[in-house]
Design a protein around this ligand. Sequence first.
Ligand SMILES: NC(=O)c1ccc[n+]([C@@H]2O[C@H](COP(=O)([O-])OP(=O)(O)OC[C@H]3O[C@@H](n4cnc5c(N)ncnc54)[C@H](O)[C@@H]3O)[C@@H](O)[C@H]2O)c1
Length: 397
Amino acid sequence: MKKVNIGFIGAGSFISCTHLPTAAATGYINIAAIAELDDSIIDRHKSRYDVGYFTKDYKDILKDPAIDIVVIGTKQDMHAKLIIEALDAGKWVWCEKPMCETDEEALAIIAAEERNPGRLAIGFNRRFAPGYTLVLEELSKRPRPWFVTYRVQMDNFDKKRNAQSFYFKRPAMVYEGCHFMDLASFIFKEAPRRVYMSGAENAENDCIILEYKDGSRFQLLSTNTAGNGGLGKEFAEFFAANFAAQVDDFTDVKLRGDYGVYDKIIPPAWGVFNEETLQYGYDFVESLRSTLAQPEKELLQARGLSLEKVVRGHSERPYEAQIDAIYEKLKDRHWTERVFQVDKGWEKAFQHFARAFLEQTEPYNADGRAGKLANDIAYALLESKKQRMPVEFNSSI
Ligand SMILES: NC(=O)c1ccc[n+]([C@@H]2O[C@H](COP(=O)([O-])OP(=O)(O)OC[C@H]3O[C@@H](n4cnc5c(N)ncnc54)[C@H](O)[C@@H]3O)[C@@H](O)[C@H]2O)c1
């Protein structure tokens, strides 16, 4: 079988648990090379994967005629430079989000995309999350306006607000919010005409409204210092005439419409706990997550707090014993070991791009324009928050 040769530039935390193992497990992908500066990461990947070669100089990958796709997994301060160099070297390019940090960079990326044959994909995986795919297929058959309400509890905020962190003083609405701005643009297939963000100045707990010209709305509650991981990270509802749908944490899908009432459970990514999830439904996922999210439960119990685990649906809770055993097995494992993850579409987005290269078809991953649009909306929201009022959004895309 013909394989696509992928070279990774930067293979740290995120790439280690997502695209690298996906590449290794996908029959039509070859991990041709990894450029990485950190020796401990190189050693770990060496022991786990069959990699063509390792290098500390990413230019080796750009110069290598055998490499078809370059995956950029560094932090965003290097994205624009690497995307442009890789496109100019004739490669197809996958770059993690956000696409870049400034408007000048975004314009330079789009220019590079236009002068080269290679395609560019930005890692906005929610376009490919199977729960959303299912809902959007139905929603798109309905007349507009559509109404979407989304809630995200962004995590790691305290860690990222630390002065030592790369993310210190970088707005979460850009580096994380860009995911939801892209999802909105993907759903509505256009840019909003007006945007509004309301929130306290010293925290990033914000309420957002994107207005579209036909009356459609995308509203987002995005919390950082507020929230708890015991509840799913993301929750979405979609409404149109005689249509309502809900997706709880990418897993529990409810479709209600003139055609009837349908539910579907989307199994977790990577095959971990698929069987249990399909057998016991979302209750299992919730129980598992609430157990994993409370590693300090003994401590809390000692303080006299009741820690009733989630009890819904299955009154006999046939998976109770399993959950405790799973907790014991997993409690010390690092998340990059693909312990448990709801299906946010990471794997499907990545495989789609690789397959598009092999088949020389047009991928529907986010391109440079979509990357810029997501950033533009995020920056307009920051401006709106500063002005404390809605701002007109004139997309140049
Ligand atoms: N799509 C998603 O859901 C998602 C989730 C998390 C992170 N991300 C994105 O992934 C990217 C990486 O984030 P991370 O948390 O894995 O960062 P990280 O710091 O853990 O990894 C970046 C790696 O790049 C390497 N690197 C830096 N400069 C290099 C160079 N010149 N040559 C080769 N390697 C170099 C570093 O050594 C490091 O290991 C970010 O853009 C982040 O926003 C995406």
